[in-house]
Design a protein around this ligand. Structure first.
Ligand code: BG6
Length: 351
């Protein structure tokens, strides 16, 4: 029996241990965890081939929730709750073929949000191949979450021709014990020429909703926004929660740290908590733009809503050696959500 377990541990170690990262636990504990996982055949992290052979990482929680992340774009393409219900929208027409970005999930927009600059729309991080980072610098906070993966992107010489800056971009994707999904980005200026650089950023999250006309967003009312559909002019949002009956493409400015998406039909509320990301983009292409997009179904706009934790209005500037951190935490709460619960003071949990 012991020999069998030992063989299982070795087999597991050979195939998975290089990508099983535990923070703040001793190697003895890690070995015990690996052994337990191997014995039950439940791996908290797995690397496998996804669509068109693109590599993806799957994180799993024993209660049934899971997250999938493609190394292409470091893009989360699936987030399921403990009932294995999909919480993110990915278009049935999404093209998983570089250099086309994947339509859905959580694309990362860097170093430029949308067309707010001279680079390609939403920058290039979403259509580059990231690597698994085996030894990321530790986070100052000690976290109880053990199911995560660290990915890293560094620019190639070709990248530096279009954006002449050296950087290290690390993203940690964590699946919390309650099925919450956390993304923490750390971007460091590694320029050796003494030059600072500036960038804009967004977690371009596509939430899956039952019917867009049954959805409302709370936390953005009365705020100023830039309207992408009206030459980025500035307006002030009126009235109560935001509802949807036509195309929307707005950048809300200096938003609270907590925003909620209420889906009446599904009896589900998504809660977005964010840190280091003052703005929030709300986007739904509606019918006309949906038809114009090759990688998006004509009627799919009814079943998605992008609410994007972002830093757009005031670009982030980093001097050489400086690091920026931007974090979003997503949870899906069953049944209708009381707006009084929106508490911007709630402190974000550790990584
Ligand atoms: C949103 C922008 O974030 O992304 C929209 O505000 C844009 O203007 C949308 O149309 C989708 O962008 P893309 O490049 O993925 O088609």
């Amino acid at each position: 029996m012991i020999g069998h377990l030992q063989r299982e541990i070795e087999r597991y170690s050979n195939t998975h241990a290089q990508c099983f990262f535990e923070e703040s636990i001793s190697s003895a504990e890690a070995t015990a965890t690996v052994a337990a996982e191997a014995a039950t055949e439940k791996t908290p992290m797995e690397i496998c081939k996804g669509i068109n052979g693109l590599e993806k990482v799957i994180l799993r929680d024993i209660r049934g929730s899971s997250v999938e992340i493609y190394l292409y774009g470091a893009q989360v393409t699936s987030w399921k709750n403990e009932h294995r219900e999909e919480l993110l929208f990915v278009s049935s027409k999404a093209i998983f073929k570089p250099p086309k970005p994947i339509r859905g999930g959580i694309p990362i927009c860097f170093p430029q949000f949308s067309n707010h600059g001279s680079l390609e729309a939403h920058g290039f991080a979403r259509n580059r191949f990231w690597s698994i980072d085996p030894s990321p610098p530790p986070f100052p906070t000690n976290s109880s979450n053990k199911t995560f993966v660290d990915l890293i992107l560094k620019p190639t010489e070709e990248d530096m021709k279009i954006w002449p800056h050296s950087f290290e971009f690390r993203v940690r994707v964590t699946l919390g014990p309650a099925g919450d999904l956390m993304l923490t980005s750390r971007i460091r200026n590694t320029n050796t020429d003494g030059k600072p650089f500036s960038f804009t950023f967004a977690y371009h999250t596509y939430f899956a909703v039952s019917d867009i006309s049954e959805v409302r967003v709370e936390g953005l009312e009365t705020l100023d926004y830039l309207d992408n559909l009206q030459n980025k002019q500035r307006f002030t949002e009126q009235g109560d929660a935001i509802t949807f009956e036509s195309e929307v493409d707005k950048i809300y400015l200096s938003t609270p740290t907590k925003i909620a998406i209420l889906d009446h039909e599904k009896k589900r509320t998504f809660v977005i908590r964010k840190d280091g990301l003052p703005d929030a983009v709300v986007w739904n292409p509606w019918d006309k733009k949906a038809k114009a997009m090759a990688d998006f179904g004509d009627d799919e706009y009814k079943h998605m809503l992008c609410v994007e934790a972002a830093a757009v209005e005031k670009p982030i500037t980093l001097k050489p050696g400086e690091e920026w951190r931007g974090r979003q935490e997503l949870s899906a709460v069953p049944s209708s959500y009381c707006s009084g619960q929106l508490d911007p003071q709630r402190v974000l949990q550790g990584s």
